[in-house]
Design a protein around this ligand. Structure first.
Ligand code: 2P0
Length: 334
């Protein structure tokens, strides 16, 4: 075994993923197959750095703090998957995993996307798994659905796929980071961790939300429209698709029993301010994920004005301006 260090950038879905395919009889749910495809933008400054190396026993540190149980269990299970992907039947060598998140963890800012993407690359490097980026992306998906999109920079599509073994559920880059000079403003509306984790929330939505089937049935058309708007660098059309995908996802969440409400009052005020700004000719489009923050897509030249405007919405804690980010990278040392 070797040591490997990887950097992967987070991503924000422009067309959202929410919900898994129902488990097929006799199959484990370990494949983590999404019920819908998704379309994302990789983010420049929000990233995870992960080092995997040999160790006398499995140890995991996150942002310098030793972690046991919970997240550590998921991390080592993921390294087991990588080891099994080599065709190994025996026990995996024990590993030291050291990860730094340059973004808030579990706050709806996609730390699991960059985290599992970096872990997949560093784990594959350290455990000497030779695999294509597509295969690594499929492995990353098993750690976290959104992580499969973080292997690439720029604009990325994850297809839902149809096959039960998940082999056609793979992410691919549509356009690199320098394709379009847009910005994503991350508007922070709260501190702290989210109340309902995405994985559990998705399952509850699938099981109880009367809107889940409609959400799934309309997703392919959103993906096609979003991809076409991206190909035409048509911000107004992409923005409309993006806002509708987000509102449909939150409607599906809200209709879950018990309801899943990730927004706070400030989330709504920011969305309203954005609509008013559009009326006044300042063009930005909003989205939000499994958390209360709002992310706003706009042209680079609009970003300073919109950033100042959104900072002025009462309750907004901070606004960060982020560019499209690069591919994930890994360095392996003997
Ligand atoms: C997304 N989210 O497309 C959507 C929008 C949150 C809302 O992907 O269960 O951490 O690990 O596959 O990827 C967050 O869910 O969930 C997510 P799992 P993940 O970005």
């Amino acid at each position: 075994m070797r040591s490997a260090r990887a950097i992967a950038h987070s991503n924000i879905a422009l067309v959202k993923y929410w919900g898994k395919r129902a488990a097929v009889a006799g199959q484990t749910d370990d494949l983590n197959l999404p019920a819908v495809g998704s379309l994302s933008m990789t983010l420049d400054s929000l990233r995870s750095e992960t080092q995997v190396g040999p160790s006398p026993a499995d140890v995991f540190t996150l942002n310098g703090e030793a972690i046991e149980g919970g997240m550590a269990t998921k991390v080592f299970r993921h390294l087991d998957r990588i080891w099994t992907a080599r065709g190994e039947k025996g026990a995996r060598p024990p590993c030291a995993v050291d990860s730094i998140n340059h973004l808030p963890t579990s706050a709806g800012l996609a730390s699991s996307a960059s985290g599992f993407a970096a872990l997949t690359l560093a784990g594959a490097g350290a455990l000497e798994l030779e695999a294509s980026t597509a295969t690594l992306s499929a492995l990353a998906r098993r750690g976290s659905g959104s992580a499969s999109r973080s292997l690439w920079g720029g604009f990325v599509r994850l297809d839902r796929g149809e096959l039960a073994d998940g082999s056609d559920c793979v992410a691919r880059q549509l356009f690199p980071a320098d394709y379009w000079d847009v910005r994503l403003l991350v508007v922070h509306t709260a501190r702290g961790k989210k109340a309902v984790g995405s994985t559990a929330g998705m399952e509850e939505s699938r099981a109880t939300s009367p809107y889940f089937d409609a959400w799934v049935a309309t997703s392919e058309a959103d993906l096609a429209a979003g991809e076409a708007a991206l190909a035409a660098r048509d911000l107004a059309t992409l923005g409309a698709v993006m806002e509708q995908s987000m509102f449909k996802m939150h409607a599906c969440m809200l209709a879950t029993r018990p309801p899943i409400l990730y927004w706070n009052g400030v989330t709504l005020e920011v969305l309203r301010a954005l609509w008013e700004a559009r009326q006044a000719g300042i063009e930005g489009y909003g989205t939000s994920d499994a958390g209360p923050h709002v992310k706003v897509l706009c042209a680079s030249e609009t970003a300073p004005k919109l950033e100042a405007l959104l900072r002025g919405v009462p309750g907004v804690l901070a606004v960060d301006t982020v560019r499209p980010g690069p591919d994930a990278q890994v360095e392996v040392s003997p």
